[in-house]
Design a protein around this ligand. Structure first.
Ligand code: SAM
Length: 249
């Protein structure tokens, strides 16, 4: 099979989650990561190279802490009454299957068609069903008209939304502002947004649009989850900022 666009980068992150799940004291358990790796092998997809795999190892604690932070973001959003979630560039993120969602929650996932069909086929063949009331894959390129596709699939602009942008910005070097413009337009008061960003540009931009913004650096994130020391990878992520934003009006 031809490896779909985006699948190798998505598999790299799945590999990190699979490894964390086998640690003695994992920050989370993601059994679906193994399902994706097995499905990729069975389908003859390209896997991350040895070099990419070593790089994943070198930032293992960073990658795991990041996953944990986004998990907590969604759990907190649900606890605050948000029932509409959008995972931008979801890749092989299996949160719709593995998090304890509040009844009535809808999770939309946006990514390339090939990535979403690989993911959904692999999980269906393995007998897994989403843990949310409604799961909606939105197969689209982020530079195309995905807001229309979202709305056509029941997204309600009058309802607060929780958005996650994780592991994506390096792929949008030319166009992150289009993405945040659209998220801003689609976010009712009470919406929340979590972003793994490089530098403070995204945080400043959101604050300028009236979002309440807090930020945390990579080192602080690792400290928070007790993952400092060897393989933290904080040096390679020196400019990374975790942005947690709330739309108040
Ligand atoms: N957020 C997921 C995670 O952390 O596991 C996936 C991260 S993976 C490194 C990057 C993902 O972004 C891939 O699934 C890729 O298909 C997606 N992606 C990159 N550029 C995109 C675009 N222009 N439109 C839609 N998806 C895109």
């Amino acid at each position: 099979m031809t490896t779909p666009d985006g699948i190798v980068s998505a598999l790299s992150v799945a590999l990190a989650r699979q490894r964390e799940s086998h640690e003695d004291c994992p920050l989370f358990n993601d059994p679906y990561a193994q399902v994706f790796i097995d499905a990729a092998l069975n389908r003859g997809c390209d896997l991350p190279t040895d070099e990419a795999s070593q790089r994943i190892d070198s930032i293992a604690n960073y990658a795991s802490s990041r996953t944990k932070w986004f998990d907590e973001f969604f759990i907190a959003a649900g606890a605050h009454g948000i029932e509409q979630m959008v995972i931008v560039a979801a890749g092989l993120d299996a949160r719709a299957w593995r998090l304890p969602w509040v009844n009535g929650t809808t999770v939309y996932e946006i990514d390339h068609p090939g990535v979403l069909s690989f993911k959904n086929d692999a999980l269906r063949e393995h007998g897994d069903t989403p843990a949310v009331s409604r799961y909606v894959p939105v197969a689209a390129d982020l530079f195309d008209d995905w807001p229309d596709v979202l709305r056509d699939n029941g997204f309600d602009v009058t309802e607060p939304t929780a958005w996650a942008v994780e592991g994506l910005l390096p792929y949008l070097a030319d166009g992150p502002h289009l993405l945040f413009d659209r998220i801003d337009e689609l976010s009712a008061p009470g919406s929340r947004l979590a972003v793994e960003a490089v530098g403070t540009g995204v945080a400043d931009w959101l604050a300028g649009r009236g979002w309440q913004v807090t930020t945390m650096g990579a080192q602080e994130l690792l400290t928070r989850y007790g993952r400092c020391g060897d393989h933290g990878g904080a040096d390679t992520q020196a400019d990374t900022v975790f942005v947690d934003a709330k739309r108040v009006r």
